[in-house]
Design a protein around this ligand. Structure first.
Ligand code: IMP
Length: 433
């Protein structure tokens, strides 16, 4: 702090929502800076469970300002329904602001997401079908619609008059059947604008003001390093930057404000899309972990996640491209009851040992994991884990501490946070100790 960035070190679904909610305790402002409603961040407060796709995970702490930055692509339907749900459950959202520069996911983006996936053959990423790729395509092609445009009827009409015929031609060329109505889309988008008006602001300016007043900001990444458009498993990742550098670009503050970087690392690996996965498990161990960790079905898609042993080649890479200060290790409780555990520390490729994650998917697909085998720990109840955390780090099972030592040693990054359950209380903060 003043600027802490939380990023994922794997393929998303590392448990960032819980860590953000935990770290939000010390922050004045929480800002989401990338991705869109493809993300699914789960936060548990006492017995209540919340799943956010767009709203920052700090929203349940009403005294904090929560910002959706310019780097996010906003599905207005999803955002409005999250706002309504929170209000309906008695949680105010007066502390939410959305960047006027953020791009809007239009209905035709979702149609095109599906059509493109069908045509992509071996390049298919298994997207969340939330229109993410096509919205970022339009942003880069400078034919997007921004949140600010929703508030300006004239600009919106002008833009849609150009875009709708273009998109209609694309849909038909891709074999789609949708007939786009310019008027209907205009009315829908204008309605979104009216309902979102109170929240739309220059969020970069709000952040600047907060930082100048000495306030603390928590930057919340969606997805994980290995889904990043530049550094991830191209072409199977997502369409936005996910790594620490995008916190600056996607929220509109200079890099000087990013002082502490936390890499959230799940104690095992999971994946919801297609592509090579060297430490993937099949059979009983995969089912054990998937079923025990109720979250191992995509928060956004409900698809069962592919499961594997912890892969430290991936985390080592994430440590490098994000300049990680700390690891936040989540879901250690889920591994309880499995003995021995295996941790991938390097790959074997063509007779050589690789310690660095390869860029080529062909190489990755031919990599064999090199495992270190370590002792597992007991499976205990959620309440017992909370009790264990209260007694401090030294009272955690010795095998778990050895597992964490291995993680630190292999990645060169100290463990700063340990999470052994979904509750806020099941977290140990070791930063600065
Ligand atoms: P898209 O972001 O919907 O285009 O999907 C591209 C790839 O990223 C697919 O393999 C998705 O399953 C994956 N993906 C996107 N967002 C997330 C996420 O938040 N968690 C995990 N996987 C994701």
């Amino acid at each position: 702090m003043p600027g802490t960035v939380v990023v994922g070190t794997q393929w998303g679904d590392e448990g960032k929502g819980k860590i953000i909610d935990f770290c939000a305790r010390d922050a004045d402002v929480v800002v989401r800076f990338n991705g869109g409603s493809n993300a699914g961040h789960t936060v548990m407060v006492e017995t209540e469970v919340f799943r956010f796709h767009l709203i920052p995970s700090g929203i349940l702490r009403p005294e904090k300002l929560n910002l959706v930055g310019n780097g996010v692509v906003v599905d207005a339907e999803v955002l409005l329904s999250e706002i309504e749900e929170l209000k309906g459950r008695g949680h105010p959202v007066d502390n939410l602001r959305v960047s006027e520069r953020a791009h809007v996911v239009m209905p035709y983006h979702k149609t095109l997401d599906g059509l493109e996936e069908e045509l992509k053959g071996g390049l298919k990423a298994g997207t969340t079908m939330r229109g993410i790729g096509p919205t970022f395509e339009d942003k880069a092609a400078r034919i997007g619609v921004r949140v600010g445009d929703l508030l300006d009827e004239e600009a919106l009409r002008e833009r849609l008059a150009i875009l709708i015929p273009m998109k209609q031609r694309m849909i038909e060329a891709y074999g789609g059947k949708d007939n786009l109505s310019e008027q209907a889309l205009f009315e829908t988008a204008r309605d979104w604008g009216n309902r979102l008006r109170a929240y739309v602001k220059d969020t970069s300016l709000l952040l600047d003001e907060a930082l100048n007043e000495g306030k603390k900001v928590l930057f919340e990444a969606a997805q994980g390093t290995h889904l990043d458009i530049d550094h991830g498993i191209y072409p199977f990742g997502t369409s936005s930057n996910v790594v620490v550098g995008s916190a600056s670009v996607g929220s509109g503050v200079g890099v000087r404000h990013l002082n502490e970087v936390i890499g959230v690392t799940k104690a095992f690996t999971s994946r919801v899309g297609t592509g090579p996965f060297p430490s993937e498990l099949a059979g009983e161990e995969a089912s054990y972990l998937r079923d025990k960790s109720l979250g191992e079905y995509g928060t956004t898609t409900g698809r069962p996640r592919r499961i594997g042993w912890l892969d430290l080649v991936m985390v080592r890479f994430a440590a490098r491209v994000n300049s990680l200060d700390y690891l936040a290790v989540t879901k250690l409780d889920v591994l309880g009851g499995l003995d021995p555990l295996r941790v991938c520390v390097a790959y074997e490729h063509d007779g050589e040992t690789l310690r660095d994650f390869p860029a080529s998917m062909r190489v990755l697909g031919a990599c064999r994991p090199i495992y270190e085998e370590v002792a597992g720990w007991e499976d205990i109840s959620e309440d017992s884990w909370v009790e264990a955390v209260k007694r401090g780090y030294d009272e955690l099972p010795g095998q778990m501490r050895a597992y964490l030592d291995l993680l630190s040693r292999e990645t060169g990054v100290p463990v700063g946070l340990v999470s052994v359950g979904p509750a806020r209380e099941a977290t140990l903060d070791l930063r600065g100790t």
